[in-house]
Design a protein around this ligand. Structure first.
Ligand code: NAD
Length: 337
């Protein structure tokens, strides 16, 4: 039986990299059926809303979505369409792997970086509880929300994930020495849950020390579990270690539905030119295949991407090559064998 996937082509370079990714998935013959729905700026222009009800219904029905980057139009009442979709489906775990890729030269190419950031995606400083204090915005307050329940859910997700994919160590990142209540609770919950998983090593690090360690010895990290704010920053830092946002995939995991996307945005400066690098979205599609238990297809996709990057002949401009999105995609399809 085929698996239906909600497909959002998105804005800017979105349609270019989504079409490239769909081509590769079709070539893999993974048995996926696409249900195309709209969101973002282009949807707003055509349909009068950046997040049509039909899009949410489709994701709810299929429980899996593959999404191109979205631009959030100003004045539509949305802070971010991406965040609105994640919130609607309570996609509580944001999972971002960062692994050095063959043929991609970075300062850390020889370091063996291979880590995964698991970020709490619903609470913390990004819960949206903030207000300005009159008169004239003389002050402003943002509340950091931290429930025991959400801490338990994300830390347990990280441990279960580590077990499932055979990873050895969890590093919990916090600032409990200063944010004694919220981050203190996160650390306390983490330490308590860690005792249930004696097959997975556990450590905790304060976020400032973590930043230094990630730059000096990134190879020592395996799975990082952290709060919404710190996860946002550390996962971009991790993307920088392996060559940038154009290579980094992300998954938003929830019980009701999960959504797979590239970490980067709509890249308006190169949109429509046919030169965007689709690697990040193709790697996100690989995460989606694994999520759907299509392990063999995920392995083949990963192998083909690595082969094309390592050979270096058909890579896009951001990686120092001159290939178009289409030429890169041709090479990946050919490498699937
Ligand atoms: P961006 O990631 O779109 O672009 C940053 C730089 O990286 C640009 O120079 C761009 O050309 C380059 N780049 C990004 N992806 C690339 C790719 N695949 N291949 C080659 N080069 C690539 O960041 P931005 O300019 O800050 O944001 C642009 C828009 O995207 C904004 O409207 C923002 O809100 C939105 N955005 C959406 C998402 C999402 O949908 N998940 C994430 C981040 C930003």
């Amino acid at each position: 039986m085929s698996q239906k996937v909600s497909l959002i082509r998105g804005d800017g370079i979105g349609p270019e990299i989504v079409d490239a990714t769909v081509r590769v998935l079709e070539a893999l013959d993974a048995g996926l059926e696409w249900e195309e729905v709209r969101a973002g700026s282009a949807a707003f222009e055509d349909l009068g809303t950046p997040l049509p009800e039909e899009t949410l219904l489709s994701i709810g029905r299929n429980q899996v979505a593959l999404k191109g980057p979205l631009e959030t139009p100003i004045g539509t009442g949305f802070r971010s369409i991406n965040v609105a979709i994640r919130k609607h489906f309570d996609m509580y775990a944001n999972v971002r792997p960062a692994k050095v890729l063959p043929g991609v030269e970075t300062r850390f190419s020889d370091s063996g970086v291979d880590l995964v950031t698991v970020r709490e995606n619903t609470e913390g400083a990004y819960a949206g509880i903030e207000h300005a204090i009159p008169p004239n915005r003389s002050a402003a307050e943002t509340i950091i929300l931290c429930t025991r329940w959400a801490c338990e859910r994300i830390v347990r997700y990280a441990f279960e994930y580590a077990r499932r994919v055979g990873r050895q160590k969890i590093t919990l990142v916090h600032k409990a020495n200063i944010l004694k209540e919220t981050n203190g609770l996160f650390l306390e919950v983490g330490q308590s849950i860690a005792r249930e998983y004696d097959d997975v090593e556990f450590e905790d690090l304060i976020v400032d020390n973590m930043c230094m360690q990630m730059v000096m010895r990134p190879e020592r990290f395996d799975v990082i579990v952290t709060t919404n704010l710190f996860g946002d920053i550390l996962s971009d830092l991790a993307a920088g270690l392996i060559g940038g946002l154009g290579l980094t995939p992300g998954a938003n995991i929830g019980e009701e539905a999960s959504m797979f996307e590239a970490v980067h945005g709509t890249a308006p400066d190169i949109a429509g030119k046919g030169i965007a690098n689709p690697t990040a979205l193709m790697r996100a599609a690989g995460m989606m295949l694994e999520h759907l238990d299509l392990t063999e297809e995920a392995r083949r996709l990963d192998g083909a991407l690595n082969a094309v990057l390592e050979e270096g002949k058909a890579v896009t401009g951001d990686l120092g090559g001159s290939a178009t999105t289409e030429e890169f995609t041709d090479a990946v399809v050919a490498a699937l064998g």
